[in-house]
Every structure is written in structure tokens, then in C-alpha cells.
Unconditional design. Structure first.
Length: 262
């Protein structure tokens, strides 16, 4: 099937391509070639609408994709949707998992040939590729869509104190690749504000809850900023999220500021 664009005025920000699938982050209407962050700040309210909206487009060629429930806006072609609830027992298990992570209970699979457009958002999307068997743990709400070669589940924190003092809750979202897999994440901050660390046995300590992604091979715990409880209290830092091992950690340092009202 020759994959055709429905509209020529979409600007493609990023894309991942296989022989039977293309996943793109697009923006309708395009942007000035000299676009930069300062220009975006200087435009008026109506013009700024052109800078903020991003959309994910998936082109299928006898292939399939898994979406976050409610993400679909429209689709074109011979595409069917199936819901993998796994029967009553499977649905109950997924419902419990969704209740503790905040993710939706069932993620539909779209299979066939054609085009899928997801809901536009004033958010940045990032495209990543996971190796076979690779597993990442992300904040709730980051998963948006992927090739149908991933499993989206629940990662439980190692112990109650990590959940209590870590600020992430007892559960997070786990994404596991059963094969080489393309995944789209909905970022809480613009992608250029992310700080990515590749740990090779080092330790990363964070004062706050702005670590949004880590490899499952990373050990996550909560530690005092100093050896003594009194020292932690006097330093004003308290408990720190601590990451050790080998793998990747993504930080969004501006996330706490963006959560504050102006």
C-alpha cells in the first residue's frame, strides 16, 4: 500500500519508520522555518495557537498499534479496533491495575491498513525505540501509543517507605517490549527541558518528584540527604529520590514550577 499524506501542510516534527508502519509527531498548518522558543513567547494569543498543538499520526500497512484509551481522534482506511480485556478475569485485573496507577483499564488495539490520527494536545510528544525485552517505568499518563509489540502494566515500588516518601505512589506504569518496539510518550514538559542521564553504576539523587522515566534495571529508593535524621532536617533537604545501577533516568527539572499557578 502506498502510504499517502491526507494533507500536505502538516509539518513533521519527528518520525519513526518501519516497512509496515510510520509513527509521526505532526503539527497542522506548519511553523516558520526560523521558529524558536523566544519567537513563540512574543506572538499574540491567536498566533500562539499555531505553536502549541501537536498530534500523533500512525500509518499502518497491514500492521497494528496500541493506543491509550480515548486517544483516537479519527482514522481512515481499512482499520479495525479490538479491545484486549482478556475476559471478565482479565478485565478485573486490568481495572485494579488502572485504579492504582491512574491509567485507563483497557488499551485498544487498531489493526489493518490506513491512517490513524490521535487527539491533538498542547504537549510535546517524544518517540522512542525499545529493544527486545527492554522495560521502562514511567509516570502515570506518559504512555500515549505504541506498536502492538509492547505490554503496558504496573510496576510496584520496592517497599512501603519508598511509596510513602518518594512521592510517586505505590505503583507506576511499566512498558515492556516483546520485540523491537516504537513507543510514543506524552511529556509533561517540552522535550528540550528534559535532562537525560545514562547511569553506568553511578548514583543520581533528586530532591523532588520530577524524575519521569527510568529503565527497569535502575534501583529506585528513598534516602535521607544526610546520615542522621537531625542532619536531614537542618539541611532543609529531607528525603531524596535515589537512582542506582545501569540504565537511563529522565528528569524534568521545570515540572515543579509548571505545576505552580502564575
Amino acid at each position: 500500500m502506498p502510504m499517502q499524506f491526507r494533507h500536505n501542510d502538516f509539518r513533521v516534527f519527528s518520525s519513526l519508520r518501519r516497512e509496515n508502519m510510520i509513527i509521526e509527531v505532526i503539527q497542522a498548518g506548519g511553523l516558520p522555518e526560523n521558529y524558536n522558543a523566544e519567537l513563540a513567547k512574543s506572538v499574540n494569543h491567536h498566533d500562539s495557537e499555531r505553536f502549541g498543538w501537536q498530534q500523533v499520526r500512525i500509518l499502518l500497512d497491514d500492521s497494528s498499534a496500541i493506543l491509550e484509551a480515548g486517544a483516537l481522534q479519527f482514522m481512515f482506511g481499512n482499520i479495525e479496533m479490538e479491545n484486549r480485556s482478556g475476559g471478565v478475569g482479565g478485565f478485573a485485573k486490568k481495572f485494579v491495575g488502572s485504579a492504582v496507577t491512574g491509567e485507563t483499564a483497557s488499551k485498544p488495539v487498531y489493526r489493518g491498513t490506513g491512517e490513524i490520527y490521535l487527539e491533538p494536545k498542547r504537549k510535546d510528544f517524544t518517540l522512542i525505540e525499545l529493544a527486545p525485552g527492554e522495560e521502562i517505568i514511567v509516570d502515570d499518563g506518559l504512555f500515549y501509543c505504541a506498536e502492538n509489540t509492547v505490554k503496558v502494566g504496573v510496576a510496584k515500588q520496592g517497599n512501603a517507605s519508598t511509596a510513602l516518601f518518594g512521592g510517586e505512589g505505590l505503583f507506576q506504569t511499566k512498558i515492556t517490549a516483546t520485540d523491537s518496539s516504537y513507543v510514543v510518550l506524552e511529556l509533561p514538559v517540552p522535550e528540550y527541558e528534559l535532562v537525560r542521564y545514562e547511569l553506568k553504576g553511578e548514583t543520581l539523587k533528586v530532591d523532588g518528584t520530577f524524575a519521569v522515566l527510568r529503565s527497569s534495571t535502575i534501583e529506585f529508593s528513598i534516602e535521607r540527604s544526610t546520615k542522621s535524621l537531625m542532619g536531614s532536617a537542618s539541611s532543609g533537604e529531607g528525603m531524596l529520590q535515589t537512582f542506582r545501577g545501569h540504565g537511563e533516568v529522565w528528569l524534568a527539572p521545570t515540572l515543579p514550577m509548571r505545576a505552580q499557578p502564575f
